[in-house]
Design a protein around this ligand. Structure first.
Ligand SMILES: [Fe+2]
Length: 322
């Protein structure tokens, strides 16, 4: 197997897993050399994983073809943790972070998007909503936690977290609505996966043709949903409209004000803030306060009620996520 066929996973997650492993697990010995620690069907040996952790190993590896099995196992682990009354200890956050990152990595790097991707995204957000209900401050930490090197993965997680925090700050306590807002935010940019991966990491202004290609991403995203069975219409609307602006200067349809679907208006605020503050090409473009000031200088683009709620959310007194 070549190095590129392995994908990095987090050792911590195994400390809570039980039962048989549905995939092989490898450790990296040298940049070029991996060795198999466990094979598919082996029992999850907590003691051995703890030993590797004690020796300083943080990352393990699976074959990239097994990513789905790994995501499924992580998801089952989270469900078990959430159901166990000991609600969301640190380990569960770690597993949830891993589920978010792996689900998005598959979309943006492996370029796989199907019914199961949607299901995983919904499941991730359902867990986020439970976290939000219990401790909004901790949800904010997800943004710092996202270690994945892929900009789109980090950006999508941050957009989902900010959208959920804003959704709740704007007095939306309905869990179904929050799930639409969060899942919409997590998947809003799936169309970007149809563009070259490095287009987001460029350390310069986009050229005319590059910018034209980027502007097609809402439509590209919608195309990706066409072949999927039962794609949620609410998420479709978020993908379609998240680049519209409240003052009618957005794209692709120049919708304005209340013509824009409410969850898409929330995602527009969260998306913009995330895009300005998420590290790309090794650095963040703006600090949280600079990003907020910039958005306020262009506040006509955003729903005024939402901008007020978002500003309040990030104000120093209540600042938990910035
Ligand atoms: Fe976008």
């Amino acid at each position: 197997m070549s190095v590129s066929e392995y994908c990095e996973i987090t050792l911590d997650v195994f400390l809570n897993m039980t039962g048989q492993l549905p995939f092989d697990v490898y450790i990296q010995l040298t940049p070029e050399k991996f060795t198999k620690l466990f094979k598919r069907g082996d029992d999850t040996d907590k003691g051995r994983f703890e030993n590797y952790a004690k020796k300083g190993a943080e990352k393990l590896y699976i074959h990239r073809n097994d990513r789905r099995d790994y995501i499924g196992a992580t998801e089952r682990l989270i469900r078990k943790m959430v159901g166990s009354q000991k609600f969301m200890p640190k380990d569960a956050y770690r597993a949830l972070e891993e589920l978010s990152e792996q689900t998005l990595f598959e979309i943006f790097e492996d370029k796989i998007f199907d019914e199961e991707s949607v299901y995983r995204a919904q499941d991730t957000i359902r867990s986020y909503v439970q976290v939000l209900k219990n401790d909004a401050g901790v949800l904010g930490q997800f943004i710092q936690l996202a270690k994945n090197e892929t900009y789109m993965v980090r950006h999508s997680i941050a957009a989902a977290v900010f959208a959920l925090l804003l959704g709740r700050a704007a007095q939306n306590t309905n869990e179904k609505l929050l799930e639409i807002i969060g899942t919409g935010a997590l998947l809003h940019d799936i169309g970007m996966s149809a563009l070259p991966s490095n287009i987001n990491e460029l350390d310069r202004k986009l050229t005319g043709p590059e910018w034209k290609a980027v502007k097609e991403h809402p439509d590209l995203g919608l195309k990706m949903t066409e072949s999927l069975k039962n794609f949620p219409p609410e998420i479709y609307q978020v993908i379609a409209q998240h680049q519209e602006s409240y003052d009618g200067t957005g794209y692709p349809k120049q919708l304005r004000a209340e013509e824009i679907y409410y969850p898409a208006r929330i995602v527009a605020v969260a998306d913009c803030f995330s895009a300005l503050t998420t590290r790309r090409g090794g650095r963040s473009l703006f600090s949280p306060s600079e990003a907020l000031a910039l958005m306020q200088s262009e506040r006509l683009k955003f729903d005024p009620t939402l901008m007020t709620a978002f500003t309040k959310l990030l104000s120093p007194k209540k600042r938990r996520v910035a």
